[in-house]
Design a binder for this molecule. Structure first.
Ligand code: APR
Length: 316
């Protein structure tokens, strides 16, 4: 069967499930790059890619999109996005997924990295920070070229709740979230703004705490509503923002899971922090001043990530 032509930058998305397909859709619709969608299930990535290709005449994009089960088709990708794995079911924590997804991520990253040795890897599979360690080891890439998507999503959830509370445009808000992508994540309201105005000037401490808690529970809230599977529209949009920042060399500051080497007092661990993203991947970890309480919360969150990473054994 003839495939669409593929002359341009190439993003490989591994896992053609809900998140992977949503990422692929955003990348082709914004014309950022050609997309190779890969999955272990025969027919699934081919079917979704063909469906996306058939939307092109209507939407007017002309990037290529193919689906495959063969890593040879991913060769020379500029970016590899890892969404393969099991999604959370109701009552299941991100951590329950640990060993199963470690095996999957290790396998897919090992294969993809061999075919695209210069790519930047964006990890989406949960538990996120731990999976970044698995991807780092399986790829053998420098740590700057392995980055995890979590903070952009968590911050987007916080921003959504800020906007809902104040009745303002979500685009009017700005925030970041620190720490691991889990129950211990640390939204930092002191640095959150609406139209440049610090959040604590716009709402009471009680309200802020309520929004912070809803942000921490943001993934679980969607899981319990969907009954089967987890969120994908916002995770897809968050991943696409990171892909755009990297491919377009934007030097954008975004909260991401990055490998810390002493920053924030953490050594040798992937944790969510603000980073500058560019074509090189993580250009720089941006260190912001934290209060004693914020530092303590961040430390607790990093310790929770470390505990998971230690359980990974030879995968990390
Ligand atoms: N190789 C390739 N693809 C695989 C493999 C593998 N070894 N194992 C599983 N997959 C594929 C599945 O076949 C499935 O199509 O990964 C896809 C996962 O898709 P979904 O089950 O729809 O999960 P999704 O909602 O996309 O979430 C994927 O992202 O946000 C995280 O917690 C979420 O870890 C989960 C991941």
């Amino acid at each position: 069967m003839p495939q669409a032509r593929m002359p341009r930058r190439k993003v490989t998305v591994i896992g053609a499930g809900n998140v992977g397909a949503t990422v692929a859709q955003r990348v082709v619709e914004t014309g950022l790059a050609d997309v190779v969608l890969l999955d272990i299930v025969p027919g699934l990535p081919q079917g979704k890619a063909l469906d996306l290709a058939e939307a092109a005449p209507i939407l007017g994009y002309d990037v290529g999109v193919i689906g495959t089960n063969d890593y040879a088709d991913t060769a020379d990708s500029t970016m590899i996005v890892v969404t393969s794995g099991l999604a959370r079911q109701p009552g299941m924590s991100r951590d329950d997924l640990l060993m199963k997804n470690a095996q999957i991520v290790s396998d897919v990253v090992g294969q993809a990295a061999r075919h695209s040795p210069n790519a930047v890897i964006v990890v989406v599979t949960n538990p996120l920070d731990a999976m970044c360690h698995v991807a780092l080891k399986a790829s053998g890439f420098p740590h700057r070229r392995v980055v995890g998507m979590a903070g952009v999503l968590d911050a987007a959830r916080f921003r959504t709740f800020m906007a809902m509370e104040l009745g303002v445009s979500p685009a009017n808000t700005c925030a970041f979230v620190l720490g691991g992508h889990g129950d211990t994540m640390v939204p930092v309201p002191r640095y959150a703004t609406v139209g440049g105005i610090p959040l604590p000037q716009l709402m009471s401490q009680d309200t802020i705490e309520r929004l912070v808690q809803r942000t921490r529970d943001g993934g679980a809230e969607i899981v319990s509503l969907l009954k089967s599977g987890s969120a994908y529209y916002a995770p897809g949009a968050a991943t696409a923002e990171m892909i755009d920042a990297i491919l377009e060399d934007r030097h954008k500051i975004l909260p991401c899971s990055a490998y810390l080497q002493g920053e924030y007092g953490v050594q040798g661990l992937f944790v969510g922090v603000p980073v500058r993203l560019s074509r090189a991947g993580v250009e720089e970890v941006v260190e912001v001043e934290l209060t004693d309480d914020e530092r303590r919360e961040f430390g607790r969150s990093a310790a929770a990530v470390k505990e998971l990473v230690e359980k990974l054994g030879t995968y990390a």
